[in-house]
Ligand binder design. Structure first.
Ligand code: HEC
Ligand code: HEC
Length: 271
């Protein structure tokens, strides 16, 4: 009896140690996986200031509102967007990604210039209607972009803080090669006919991957429809899962292809 109890006790003890070990191994595995995931996120640096620098009260609310408008543009700016895009379709990660159309060092210096600059994108790139300078969503966008501008950058980060990065525009693009590349490297997200991929829950426009041409794409007047801009964007940001995956030649080829596809006419610049 004694002996039996002892062996049960030892067995229980061994089992406990074993279970603890397994748990530890599992936990370590999960932690490593999580670490890998967050490291993956970290490999795309956010250039903006730390969230902790957002002031409390109405000023901070306006900044947060502006960020929400950048990512949920269609829902937040009802009636002002005429296509399937959001600001962060082109200004990636709400304007915080280096060479991804970041808003960290915008050229527009004063309120009036920034208002005009935002409205230019609303009309030409979102095919929509401009916002009045004192409309709350316009104030929110300016507040958010103004706050991004307070980021402290290292000197080597400055060049990525606006625009889409460098591209050697002296190369001659070949749109036939671009078409082949599009089919191979872009179509599984942006659609065989540039129509994008719908996903109802994704965001206001219902697009998981935005359209590149056709009725819901940016207008012909959009700066994204300029060869060097489109090529720089593609080279430095696409495919979305692998940055810098295209050579300058490939980026120019594919850009020359998609900008030559049909785009809607720009919306009227007056409401
Ligand atoms: C179809 C792509 C596209 C969309 C959508 C878009 N933009 Fe732009 N935006 C551009 C391009 C291209 C530029 C020019 C970048 C450059 O000059 O290097 C630009 C420039 C800007 C600038 C000036 C940046 C600077 O560095 O001076 C601001 C501010 C801006 N956009 C705001 C917005 C806002 C706000 C929205 C949403 C309401 C928006 N954009 C939607 C493509 C887009
Ligand atoms: C893995 C999916 C994926 C692939 C592959 C991909 N993209 Fe994109 N692309 C995206 C996403 C997502 C966005 C918008 C980012 C956002 O909304 O956060 C985007 C945005 C764009 C935009 C600006 C927005 C618009 O619709 O005009 C262009 C231009 C673009 N991609 C071109 C390309 C080209 C060219 C290729 C192939 C070389 C490519 N993409 C491959 C996912 C992808």
């Amino acid at each position: 009896m004694q002996r039996y109890r002892l062996s049960v006790w030892i067995e229980g003890f061994v089992l406990k140690i074993f279970a603890t070990l397994i748990r530890a191994v599992l936990a370590a595995g999960v932690l490593t996986a999580l670490g890998a995931l967050s490291a993956c996120g970290d490999s795309v640096p956010n250039m903006g200031p730390a969230d902790s620098t957002i002031p409390s009260g109405p000023a901070g609310q306006l900044i947060n509102q502006g960020r929400l408008i950048a990512t949920d543009t269609i829902q937040m700016l009802k009636g002002h967007v005429g296509n399937g895009l959001r600001c962060s379709s082109c200004h990636l990660n709400a304007g915080t990604l280096p060479n991804g159309g970041a808003w960290v060092r915008v050229q527009a210096r004063d309120e009036q210039a920034l208002t005009a600059r935002i409205n230019r994108c609303l009309v030409q790139s979102m095919n929509g209607k401009p916002l009045a300078a004192d409309a709350p969503p316009m104030q929110a966008l300016r507040a958010y972009i103004g706050w991004l501008g307070t980021a402290n950058l290292k000197p080597e980060q400055e060049s990525g803080a606006r625009g889409f990065g460098p591209i050697d525009a002296t190369l001659t693009p070949d749109s036939a090669r671009g078409a082949a590349l599009y089919t191979k490297r872009c179509a599984h997200c942006h659609g065989d006919h540039g129509e994008g991929t719908l996903e109802q829950k994704a965001y206001g426009g219902g697009y998981k991957y935005p359209p590149l041409w056709g009725e819901n794409a940016y207008s012909a007047a959009s700066e994204m429809n300029q060869l060097s801009m489109a090529a720089a964007f593609a080279k430095n940001n696409m495919p979305r899962t692998r940055t810098h995956a295209l050579t300058a030649q490939q980026a120019l080829d594919v850009a020359s292809y998609f900008i030559a596809q049909p785009h809607p006419a720009a919306a009227a610049s007056e409401p």
